[in-house]
Design a protein around this ligand. Structure first.
Ligand code: CMP
Length: 140
């Protein structure tokens, strides 16, 4: 399988509980390599732009409020089939539905405070990586 890249966010519920390292270890143990990482506090405009596809959803306002409620860690992950590999280790969006051993089953608080975001396709991974990182910030 080809080595590809995907995009990840360690969300405010995780940075608040000092779980940046715990989440990253689970990503690394799943065969993903962190090739870019930075801790940022997103502006409202940045969060609204990032989640623009969800603009019409009833939870959009709360989602944006949550994502700017504290710092996040944005990361580029590399590995064989990185997008799917990351989605497998993240688990289902709602932690109640997430398989045991996944990040969301083990660490998430709720469907909103669900600890991590991961790209849902290779196309979106490329878009999301470019939204937060310059090419020279990614060192494989
Ligand atoms: P994420 O992968 O970051 O993409 C969109 C986010 O919306 C999702 O994770 C959830 O954390 C959040 N969200 C909040 N409420 C809902 C909901 N009712 N259904 C789906 N996603 C939700």
């Amino acid at each position: 399988m080809a080595v590809t890249r995907t995009f990840s966010i360690i969300k405010p519920d995780a940075t608040r509980r000092n779980l940046t390292g715990a989440v990253t270890k689970m990503l690394e143990d799943a065969g993903l390599r962190v090739v870019a990482s930075k801790r940022i506090h997103m502006s409202r405009e940045q969060a609204e732009g990032f989640y623009a596809v969800h603009k019409e959803r009833p939870f959009f306002g709360e989602l944006v409020d949550f994502m700017i409620s504290g710092p996040v860690v944005v990361q580029v992950l590399e590995g064989e089939g990185a997008m799917q590999r990351n989605r497998d280790v993240m688990g289902a969006t709602n932690p109640k539905d997430a398989a045991p051993g996944t990040i969301r089953a083990e660490l998430a608080e709720s469907i909103e405070a669900n600890t991590v975001h991961g790209s849902d396709s290779d196309e979106n991974a490329a878009i999301e990586i470019a939204y937060f990182f310059k090419p020279e910030e990614i060192v494989g």
